[in-house]
Each structure stands twice: as C-alpha cells, then as structure tokens.
Design a protein around this ligand. Sequence first.
Ligand code: MSS
Length: 380
Amino acid sequence: AQQTPTADQLVKGKNPKMIVLSQRPVVMETPYDLLVSNPERTPKEILYIRNNVDLPGYNTVEGANLEGWKVEVSGLVDKPFTFEAKELLSLPQHEVTMVLQCSGNGRTLYNPRPSGNPWKRGGMGNVTFRGVRLKDLLAAKGVKLGEKAFYITAHASRQGNAPEFVRSVPIHALENALLALSMNGEPLPAVHGGPVRLVFPGYFGVNNVKWVEKIEFTEGENTTTEQVPRYRVPTIPNAAIPFLPQEPGKTYPYTLQNSRPNWLVTLNSFIFAPLEGQTVEGPYVRVEGVAFNDGIVPIVSVEVSTNGGRTWHQAQLERQEKSFGWIRWRTTVYLRSGEHEIMARAWDAAGRSQPLDGNIAWNERGYEYSGVMRVKFTVA
Ligand code: MSS
C-alpha cells in the first residue's frame, strides 16, 4: 500500500500536521488546535488550501514570479486593457484583513453527509491581503464601466493546460475588490494565488480567484461548472430568503434561477477555548472564540449557553465596528466539576443570527454551514 504524502511533501512550506483531504488537486485542512493557537491571524504555513484546479509548479508557500504576469480587463468597459502585474507596485497599496473560508467548511456537520471534501471546521483562516483596489486601477487607467456591467467575472490562468476556473460576483463587490500581491506582510504564496489574486472581502473562498488572468465585466453570471451547478444553495427566485430548506438527503436540480451562488459569508462563530474533550480547571472557566460575517454590518453580540440554550450570557467583544476579519470574543462562566457542553452564537446589526440546528440549511453539496457550535469538555 502507498502512503499518503504529508502536507509538506505536497506543498513546500506547509505544516506537516495539516490534514490532507485530496492530493490532486491539493486540498488540505487546518487541524483545529493549530487554527486556535493563532487566534489573531492565520500564518501561511497552516492556512487551509482548496484547489479545484492546481496550477502546475505553484505548490509552495513561497511567492511567485511577478515578472511577465499579465492580466486582461475586458467585457462591458469603454476601453478594454491589459496590464502588467508589476505595474500594480507603483499604484497606491491597500490592506484588508479578512476571513478566507471555503463555502464547504463544516460540511461534515451536516447529516446525512453531503458529497465533497470532508471539511470539519478548519477550512478557514483570518489573513491580511495587501495590493491594489480594482476600482483604483480602473480609475488610474481612466476606464468606465458599461451600464449593464452587473457582475465581475474573474478567470484563473490556464498555464500548463490547467482546466478553467471562473467565478462571477455582483458588481457591488467592486467596492472592496483587491488585486492582492501579498499576504500577512509577505509575497502572496504561490499556492494561495501568487503572484496576483483577485480577492473579494466578505465573500466565500471560492470567489477569490487565484492566479487571476482575466477580469471581465458582464451582464450575467458565467455558467461554467464552478458557478452552476456547483457552489450554490437552493433558494426561491427573487425572494429574500437566505436558503430554501431541503429534505436532508434529497437531490436538487440546480439552475441559475432556483439557487444562488455562495457569495456573502454567512454569519458564524467558533469556540476556540475550551476545546472538545479537554479537561479544564474550575469553577471559573474562560471561554473564547471568534465571530465573523460578510462585513456589511457589525457583529453586535456573541452569547454563550451552558444549559443547552435555555439561557444565554453575553460575551465581551474585542470590537464592534464592521469588519471583514474575524473579531475575538471572550467571557468567563462558573461551572461545577463534571461534564459540560457549551454553545456560542453570534448576532449582527442586521438582526441575523445562527440556527441552533445547523442541519436546517442541509443542502446536497454541504455548503454554508453556520449552525451553533457546541463543545463538550470536563471541569476538573
Ligand atoms: N482559484 C483558482 N484559480 N482555482 C481554484 O481551484 N478554488 C477556490 C478559491 N479560488 C480555486 C480558486 C476555492 S473553492 C477556495 S475555498 C479558495 O480558493 C481557497 O483558497 P486557498 O488560498 O485557501 O487555497 Mo471553497 O469555497
């Protein structure tokens, strides 16, 4: 029998403890204990990887060569143009800290288990991208959008005969779209899309196209498989419902009309301490974690419950401004010795919260899990 290569053998510079979910294309998850031991920012060595399409030669955390990399801007613009990625270095740089999260993160918490990579909770990270705002580049080039430019459609490089990878996001995303050249203060790792990645703060991982080569302004969403049927959840056309509940286990005939893409990041919270199965000192137990949403409105509270949701107690938030990055929260609970279960749920200023039973959002492909997290632990 062949041994599965370790993460560092597959991608140079990754922590060997990363959980390999697929070798080709490479997909790896951050073990939860490593994720929580870096609660401010997720280092490149442990940031999860999700590739639908690998770019040959890019499996390293080192930066990629900027020299010669070109990006085309076309579609519904008055003057289509192509720019050299290195031109970006002479434009104003902008920084954004954001959650990068696969829309399949938490998939294994759905029941029955949907198809796809078996993510637990480590398909996410909090990272700082730096680069040039797409709207600043358009302004610098004196380019105007057409009236019907309703979507930004980004295409990845097909170097080495790579299959296509294309995603469309609503034009609203132009407000914060960033052509990222660096991550966490270092050249953008090749495996995370270096030399240039088009990132959309507040949008699920899938929309953040690595190795971007063409940016089109379009009237409609593209119809390649990564846009439909994949990376969507059932909904009611033109109705303001986040998702249309499904009978768990049932298949769904995804079309552009009866479903919506995994775009805006769903409000979520995660307990970073205590960890599942841990024994901690009591009776005062420190509980902490992170919460995030799409960055459109602030998160206003995170509450914890130690009695199965009968009563909730407010945690302290690190800050209350809206943010694309996760915010930290903490509190102390008084617990007698014995076994306990703690739950956490967040609320944002739009009145959104998380379902107590995450399975309400069950969907065939297991996207956008945001059920209230529960952790079982023991107080000594
Ligand atoms: N891009 C490209 N180019 N390719 C691929 O495949 N994927 C997606 C994004 N982008 C891809 C891209 C996904 S799907 C995700 S998550 C992300 O990416 C990840 O990232 P990283 O860096 O971490 O690897 Mo799911 O929603």
